[in-house]
Write a protein that binds this ligand. Structure first.
Ligand code: PMP
Length: 451
């Protein structure tokens, strides 16, 4: 059975050209529709279902919590579930980042991080600081505050009159700009643009810099060039600017660490997390912050912010069980080892398909970019609909992958390959067989080579 979404009562972010199957059940890295067709969840939904579907330990923890209580309003009760999860999240964070504020999703987490930063500035006599510099392109969420720091014209344009649009600096897209990501000069080059922007805006007006450690939806698994993360930390410190890591996609273990940014020696002041922490079992998000920032805000009357469902015991019990499973099954290690295998297989595709311009990412957050010309990195015309066609061809072969127009949504296509962290080497084989078939079909239809 397929659902023709043109006639569906619920509606989507964008209109898919083809009907979507009706989901029946899911287990591990597989999902089945109501006709019994099996799909590989090749991008873990949208990098959400990191530990795979139907994990018995998580379901059991949820069942046990549901039988005890599903909701206790945060101003009325503290719960064991939320306290245990907060403690577990702090165990993995940088020393000193020891306070957690719960929300229910990624946009909420980004909003909360920015509002905590702002309240901290007000509480510490720095009320002139309010600008949050972010990067272009970037995606930080769809609520108006998170959208104001999002660098993605196609998503932001209609709403600009309603927002206080924030300053942007270029994302460190070394490959696209023809620079060597392993040359420390490249990292310094992009970091210098942040410093120039802070000075241009007036450092006394700049509150924070918001950055994804490894870029997700907008830039397609963009790994920062050498030295970049350390340099932006140093620049922020020097100008009294808080550093916020958006770990909504890079967090959760895919990069071999629960917070992806821990791969660099540059601690942020606040982190926003979501997706992989609820792992598709529950809507869950949080900010993890430096304790002294939180103390300063609490001392001045409290954090003027909060969502009704925040910290509910069901979501927190599931979130705790998710991290326990990640630890128990060694999923972060698997992300690194099986991720390296998957990346090597993706790189091999470049030998056959000349339209693959770049393969990037780390751990289990990988992507490849489709181009018209590998040398000039020129994108294919949007009319080719490269990502739509490749996604559909993969669907027909039982592989679901997540894809976007990259480079700010105006040109370029990338496909994210980010299966659950439990994926085995044999399953990498299954993914690659389907993906290769889909790319060969695209090649044959377009005459772009490699059919
Ligand atoms: N930040 C990043 C980096 C994201 O990838 C996303 C979601 N794709 C968000 C924020 C927003 O999260 P949500 O959709 O849960 O609101």
């Amino acid at each position: 059975m397929t659902a023709d979404l043109r006639n569906a009562k619920s509606f989507l972010f964008y209109q898919t050209e083809h009907p979507r199957p009706v989901l029946d059940r899911a287990e591990g890295i597989y999902m089945w529709d109501q006709d019994g067709n099996r799909f590989i969840d090749g991008s873990s939904g949208a990098m959400v279902c990191n530990i795979g579907h139907s994990n018995p330990h998580v379901l059991d923890a949820m069942r046990r919590q549901m039988e005890k209580s599903t909701f206790g309003y945060r101003l009325h009760f503290v719960t064991e579930a939320s306290e245990s999860l907060a403690a577990k999240m702090c165990e993995h964070a940088w020393p000193g980042m020891d306070r957690v504020f719960f929300v229910s999703g990624g946009s909420e987490a980004v909003e909360s991080a920015m509002k905590l930063a702002r309240q901290h500035a007000v509480a510490t006599g720095q009320g002139s600081r309010w600008k949050v510099i972010s990067r272009w392109p970037s995606y930080h969420g769809c609520t108006l505050g998170a959208l104001a720091v999002t660098g993605y014209d196609a998503l932001t344009d209609p709403f600009t009159p309603m927002m206080q649009v924030m300053p942007k600096v270029p994302a460190p897209t070394a490959w696209l700009d023809g620079l060597d990501p392993d040359d420390p000069a490249t990292g310094a080059h992009y970091a210098a643009m942040l410093e120039a922007k802070i000075i241009e805006e007036g450092p006394e007006t700049v509150l924070a810099f918001l950055v994804e450690p490894v870029g997700g939806a907008s830039t397609g698994a963009l790994v920062p060039p050498k030295g970049y993360m350390e340099a932006v930390r140093e620049i922020c410190t020097r100008h009294g600017v808080l550093l916020i890591h958006d770990e909504v996609m890079s967090g959760g273990g895919r990069l071999g660490t629960l917070y992806g940014g821990r791969n660099w020696n540059a601690a942020p002041d606040i982190m926003a997390v979501s997706k992989g922490f609820g792992a598709g079992y529950v809507p869950l998000g949080a900010i993890v912050a430096r304790g002294d920032l939180v103390e300063a805000v609490l001392a001045k009357g409290g954090f003027l912010h909060g969502f009704t469902y925040a910290g509910n015991p069901l979501a927190c019990a599931a979130g705790l069980a998710v991290i326990e499973e990640i630890e128990r099954q060694g999923m972060m290690q698997n992300s690194l080892s099986t991720g390296a295998l998957l990346k090597a297989e993706l790189v091999k595709l470049m030998d056959r398909f000349p339209f693959i311009g770049d393969v990037r990412g780390m751990g289990m957050l990988l992507a490849f970019e489709i181009v018209a010309d590998r040398k000039t990195r020129a994108p294919l015309a949007p009319t080719v609909k490269a990502f739509d066609r490749i996604v559909e061809a993969a669907y027909r072969r039982g592989l679901i992958v997540y894809s976007r127009r990259s480079r700010g949504g105006y040109s370029g296509d990338h496909i994210l390959v980010a299966p659950p962290m439990i994926t085995t080497p044999a399953q990498v084989g299954e993914i690659m067989e389907r993906l290769t078939g889909a790319l060969a079909e695209f090649a044959a239809e377009t005459g772009l080579g490699g059919a």
